[in-house]
Design a protein around this ligand. Structure first.
Ligand code: SAH
Length: 395
């Protein structure tokens, strides 16, 4: 087993069982290592304190598989860890009457860099770290045996692969090639998912529970669903009795999918207005023309990709929430999200508060929302907690 030795005093994160070690903490690398190869990690005083995957190109030079000195990281070890996660998630999904959901959530499930999502009969994988890439073949064969499915598809096209020195890649890994669109069910709702071209692995699974949480606020409402993507919140609003929903996105492909998803759920398309526009521009336009809504949903893409973006992102959240508050009828509902990992809940609340102030509206938080329970946060990896949302009453 190859060894990596840490600098003196740089073992703190390991003591807290954090799964990342940055390149600056490494004192010595024992010989030539392959990208993703498993190494034993040694503290400066010579103790072995875990085993992890080495990523020579990344600032996150090591991702820990195990904090044990004794455990041998092998295909059997991967099988045991992966099967434990799969078993728990599949049971959870069956209980919730969903045929889609996250099966493996990377670091949060003790499998750094590995994402596995299920959409009906297909699995979609992302190998986002050198270590996950190294064990790809093993993971695919374990998944094939453990989960009956028609095929396994790779969507390793996230930008973060570049930081690991890995090329983007997508395509069939096992079994059949997936159809262009896969139909899935979350509770009573049906969606078409494009696992080849869609965002992330095809669908925003993390918002599944939140779409249900907002439903009780929708009765007879005029709703504006900003950043609709495939219509998740819009369909929930329509099923919750909204009179009319305006679905807004800058992407024509997203709006096409929304249109198809509305029909798939047997909802009359005349209750939906589909608008292709930039949300910031459109909200200003509605403000100028005096258009009002009873409910506004804001689910924008990530505004902060790194710590450097935090200030700019906060201004974005403030502006967009200010604009939304201005459009709400008195007593209206603002449902607002941030999926930026670098923006804490506290900071996000502040941005919304400043938005409310500028809009000269009194705003109360009624409910706090989070990512779905199949995207858990491991206490030793708070970075995995990224999605936060508020349901607010706007006076
Ligand atoms: N609410 C969705 C997920 C939203 S993802 C759900 O529940 O599934 C973000 C969406 O915002 C994407 O579809 C993207 O096309 C769209 N988008 C990004 N920037 C935008 C902008 N400035 N104006 C309008 N839409 C935008």
């Amino acid at each position: 087993m190859k060894l990596i030795t840490l600098k003196k005093g740089r073992e703190d994160s390991l003591t807290r069982r954090h799964p990342w070690i940055f390149s600056g903490a490494i004192a010595n690398v024992d010989g030539e290592l392959q990208s993703g190869q498993t190494v034993a990690i040694r503290t400066s005083d010579g103790r072995i304190c875990g085993h992890g995957a080495y990523s020579p190109h990344s600032q996150i030079a090591l991702r820990i598989w195990t904090f044990s000195a004794q455990e041998e990281v092998s295909a059997d070890w991967m099988r045991e860890r992966l099967e434990r996660v799969i078993h728990h998630r599949i049971k959870q999904q069956e209980k919730n009457a969903n045929d889609c959901g996250r099966i493996v959530y990377a670091e949060a499930d003790g499998l750094p860099g590995l994402i596995v999502d299920r959409y009906g009969d297909f699995l979609v994988c992302q190998f986002l770290s050198a270590g996950a890439e190294y064990w790809k073949g093993t993971f695919v064969s374990i998944l094939e045996k453990a989960i009956p499915c028609s095929g396994i598809y790779e969507r390793s096209d996230a930008k973060s692969r570049g930081k690991e020195g890995l090329p983007v890649r997508s395509g069939v890994l096992a079994g059949e090639s997936p159809p262009d669109l896969i139909q899935v069910r979350t509770g009573e709702d049906h969606f078409l998912v494009d696992i080849r071209q869609g965002h992330k692995t095809g669908f925003y699974l993390d918002q599944r529970d939140n779409r249900l949480r907002v439903r009780p606020y929708m009765k007879a409402a005029q709703v504006l669903d900003c950043f609709t993507y495939s219509g998740g919140f819009a369909i929930s609003a329509l099923k919750g009795g909204a009179e009319r929903v305006t679905c807004m996105d800058s992407s024509e492909a997203a709006l096409d999918l929304t249109r198809r998803n509305i029909s798939l759920n047997d909802i009359d398309l005349s209750r939906a207005e589909l608008v292709r526009n930039d949300v910031f521009t459109a909200l200003r336009g509605y403000r100028d023309s005096g258009r009002n809504f009873d409910v506004v949903v804001l689910d924008p893409p990530k505004f902060a990709s790194s710590r450097r973006d935090v200030d700019r992102a906060c201004r974005g959240y403030k502006d967009i929430n200010m604009l939304a508050c201005r459009l709400l009828a008195p007593g209206g509902i603002l449902v607002t999200f941030s999926c930026s990992q670098h923006i804490s809940l506290e900071l996000f609340q502040k941005a919304v508060a400043f938005g409310a102030l500028d809009a000269k509206r009194d705003v109360q938080i009624l409910e706090w929302l989070h990512q779905a329970s199949d995207h858990p946060m491991a206490l030793n990896f708070p970075e995995g907690n990224y999605l936060k949302g508020l349901i607010c009453k706007v006076w």
